[in-house]
Design a protein around this ligand. Structure first.
Ligand code: KG4
Ligand code: ZN
Length: 337
């Protein structure tokens, strides 16, 4: 069964073909980063229009790359939410129309379930159960995962998501969009320890996060420097250290609370190399195992959607022929296939 996966929830058009036995046959990605860069962030209307332009050619291209044709596509998985409504509607309409025309089933995939399952595409996938830290531009979630569709949210951000905090702080540092990777690059030149940033909400029990205070901290710290490149690099480093430490502390706490020894970290911010290093180190010292997706599957992609959808399609799951797009969709609402 070849499954076509379609991702259009934000500013990346992702398409993939996945086969449950043969694995990932092809995946392609078109990033809109350049389109949005001059505005300093994602412009939803431009994102929708660009998905309209790119999606069909990308599907054609991916089918060719997978050396398959439409007759051998047995199901379609598309991101139905959470995300930007216009962007979601493009993927959902195309996916549902193709499923209708080709007379095959389709499933609506939860974008964060896609991220959560992305490490299962790797050669050494994590066995269930595990704790998952999902860190993207829109969400920061700690989840107890018992199996596919069996998710219990343990903690989440009360304000900015981790990726959002990276993006906003990057803007303050005069860096372009997308901010996360740019800030991480600047932080590499920075000196650790010159500025002391708080580790928000680590001094009290619980697994929720709050990152918005770090923005104010960045502003006031920056205002007390002359703003030269080295100052900004040191501030970037202090900010990144604070976010990574906070996430690491909460992961350790969640593993202890659940009595589990496996941690999955996914979503855009999991591409952060310092964070990967810190968690690897903590895992070695703490006698647990940490799993990440490969770097290209940390950020948005079609492969994770094809994979997540396939897990439901192989159980015969199919949905009524309606176009489903849900900008808000709590992960806990999902059920096993
Ligand atoms: O998962 P993702 O691609 O999209 C959403 O579902 O939101 O995550 C994008 C987020 C952005 O906020 C981006 O700045 C951040 O992930 N990001 C990073 C890095 N790469 C991407 N943040 C920190 N370090 C990185 N290397
Ligand atoms: Zn995402």
């Amino acid at each position: 069964m070849n499954v076509l996966g379609i991702e259009t929830s934000c500013d990346e058009t992702g398409v993939a073909v996945y086969h449950p036995q043969r694995g990932l046959l092809a995946h392609t990605l078109y990033s809109q980063a350049q389109t949005h860069a001059e505005y300093g962030g994602v412009v939803p209307e431009l994102a929708s229009r660009d998905h309209v332009k790119r999606l069909i050619p990308l599907i054609r291209h991916t089918l060719r790359a997978a050396e398959t044709d439409v007759e051998r596509i047995a199901g379609i998985a598309y991101t139905a939410g959470p995300g930007l409504i216009g962007a979601l509607l493009v993927g959902a309409s195309v996916a549902r129309s193709l499923a209708w025309a080709w007379n095959i089933p389709s499933v609506a995939v939860h974008h964060m379930e896609g991220h959560l399952l992305a490490p299962l595409l790797e050669p050494e996938p994590p066995p269930f159960p595990f704790v998952a830290l999902l860190v993207s531009g829109g969400h920061t979630l700690l989840v107890r995962v018992e199996g596919i569709g069996r998710y219990e949210t343990l903690g989440e951000s009360l304000d900015d998501a981790a990726g959002e905090a990276f993006d906003k702080t990057a803007k303050m540092l005069g860096l372009g969009y997308p901010g996360g990777p740019a800030l991480a690059r600047l932080a590499e030149k920075g000196e650790s320890g010159r500025f002391e940033f708080p580790r928000p909400m680590t001094d009290r029990p619980g697994l929720d996060f709050s990152f918005s205070g770090l923005k104010t901290h960045t502003l006031t710290t920056l205002a007390n420097t002359s703003g030269h490149l080295q100052d900004r690099a040191d501030v970037a480093r202090a900010f990144q250290d604070a976010v990574v430490d906070t996430l690491t502390i909460k992961c350790r706490r969640a593993l202890r609370a659940c009595g589990l020894k496996r941690l999955v970290v996914a979503g855009g911010v999991s591409a952060n190399l310092l964070m990967r290093e810190k968690l690897d180190k903590m895992a070695r010292e703490g006698d647990f195992k940490v799993y990440f997706p490969r770097l290209e599957f940390c950020t948005d992609n079609g492969a994770m959607i094809a994979f997540a959808g396939c897990q439901r399609l192989i159980h015969g799951r199919m949905e009524p022929p309606e176009i489903r797009a849900q900008p808000r969709w709590p992960l806990d609402e999902l059920r096993p296939p």
